[in-house]
Each structure stands twice: as C-alpha cells, then as structure tokens.
Ligand binder design. Structure first.
Ligand SMILES: CSCCC(=O)C(=O)COP(=O)(O)O
Ligand SMILES: [Zn+2]
Length: 240
C-alpha cells in the first residue's frame, strides 16, 4: 500500500512523503517553526525574508510571497541539490525568489541559510557609506557578541573579542534573484564570511547547520542593533 501511495504521489509531483514527518526537527517542520519565531523578531514580516535547509541532497524551500509565519510543511518545496530539479512542487505556489541565493550558500557547504528583513540590518547598511567603485563592508570590534561568529569556513573556532568582524554589503536590485551574482562575488572576496548584507533590504546568513545559522543570525542582529545605538551616541565601531 505504501509503495503504491509513494508511486502515485511521485507521478503528480507532490511527493508528500518528503515533507511529512512527526519529527519537529524534520526540515519541512523546522522551517515552519523557525519562520514563526523569526516573525516575532521582525525578521520575516510582510512575506519578506525566509529560511532554507539542506538535508543530505535535498533542499527544502519555502514558497514565494506567502506569510512565512503561517506556512505549513505541505507548503514546502523540495529540490534535488545535484540536478536542481524539484522533487516536490506544491502547485498552488512558486518557490521563494531567494532560492538561487540560498543555493549559493549550500554550494559553499552551508546546511541552512536565513534571509531576514531585520530593520537593524537595513539601518546598518544605511550607516556604512557607499563609496562608488569600492566594496562596502560593515566592521566592528571589541564587542563580546562577536564571539558568536565563526572565524571562517574551514577554520576552527569563533572570532575573539579583539578580532574585527567584517560583513560585506552588496547593493539591492529590483528583483531578489538578481542579487545572486553580487552575493557570489562577495562570498568569493570575503571567503571567511557567513553573512552578506543587502543595502536597504536585509541580510543573508548561513551556517554549517540550522543551529549555527540561527545563532549566528541572532548574534549579528544583536550587534547591528548595538551598532545603530552606538552611532546615535557618537560611539565608534572600531578603534581605527
Ligand atoms: C515584501 S517581500 C519582497 C521580496 C523579498 O525581498 C523576499 O525576501 C521574499 O521573497 P519570497 O519570494 O521568498 O517571498
Ligand atoms: Zn528579501
């Protein structure tokens, strides 16, 4: 009976078994729980932002333009990472416009990528000057929470209190998917980074797994809020 159901669901593209699990940590369940939490932080309001998880060779992707805090596991798309074909396409939705950006993170070894429209991230991008022809980068040091950010891909441990945190900033585009080229360029230019800010838009944060992506995103959001308040008080982010 089970084999027949699986075959039937494969034929119509729904492949329900890929998103059906009683395990709260199953990616289809986990994305929904995380987005509901992120909504309360102002990270995924008004359908903006989202989260994607890589589990083995399967990529779990939210639908586009939906209230991310109200998603159900049956709303989730599943893509085969190797051939980029959808194994499951809920036919009432399109996949997130952030998909090519999430894939850029997964190609570089990430297990989870979070995109937020946090106002703290947006404000920080407005406070870092735009110098035409030059790369923009948010930099801060001597803040305890910097210790929540890893040193870099393939490097052991996290940044220290006296290390400088650098997060590249790319310019926004009219369409989310058109950010992909500049995101990939920033990833190449800053191989140690686990995040890229998008001016006037938000941030992409990724990690080796869901736990790391989430805690890094929390640490960064804390640092961005602090940085905005420091700027208001006339305090410098770096010593020189
Ligand atoms: C008001 S949200 C505009 C689109 C966007 O920036 C975003 O992050 C959401 O994209 P999605 O396709 O996942 O809804
Ligand atoms: Zn966005």
């Amino acid at each position: 009976m089970m084999a027949i159901e699986t075959a039937m669901s494969s034929n119509d593209g729904s492949n329900h078994h890929l998103v059906h699990s009683d395990d709260p940590m199953h990616p289809a369940n986990h994305i929904c729980t995380l987005c509901a939490k992120f909504y309360t932080l102002g990270w995924v309001t008004g359908t903006g932002g989202g989260t994607s998880i890589r589990h083995g060779e399967h990529i779990y992707i939210a639908p586009s333009g939906v209230q991310k805090e109200l998603m159900k596991p049956t709303d989730i798309f599943v893509m085969d990472f190797n051939n980029r074909e959808y194994l499951r396409r809920p036919n009432v939705h399109k996949p997130s416009a952030c998909t090519p950006l999430f894939l850029a993170a997964f190609t570089r070894g990430a297990g989870c990528c979070i995109h937020t429209h946090s106002q703290w991230a947006v404000l920080v991008t407005l406070l870092v000057e735009r110098d035409f022809g030059k790369d923009a980068c948010f930099e801060i040091e001597e803040i305890e929470q910097i210790k929540g950010i890893p040193k870099g891909r393939g490097k052991q441990g996290n940044l220290g209190y006296y290390d400088r945190l650098r997060i590249p900033i790319i310019e926004n585009t009219a369409q989310e998917e058109d950010l992909t080229d500049s995101l990939e360029k920033a990833m190449e230019k800053y191989p140690d980074t686990y995040a890229v800010l998008v001016r006037r838009h938000g941030i992409y944060v990724w990690g080796d797994n869901v736990h790391k992506a989430k805690t890094q995103c929390e640490s960064l959001d804390y640092i961005f809020q602090l940085a905005v308040e420091m700027k208001k008080l006339g305090l410098l982010w770096t010593n020189k």
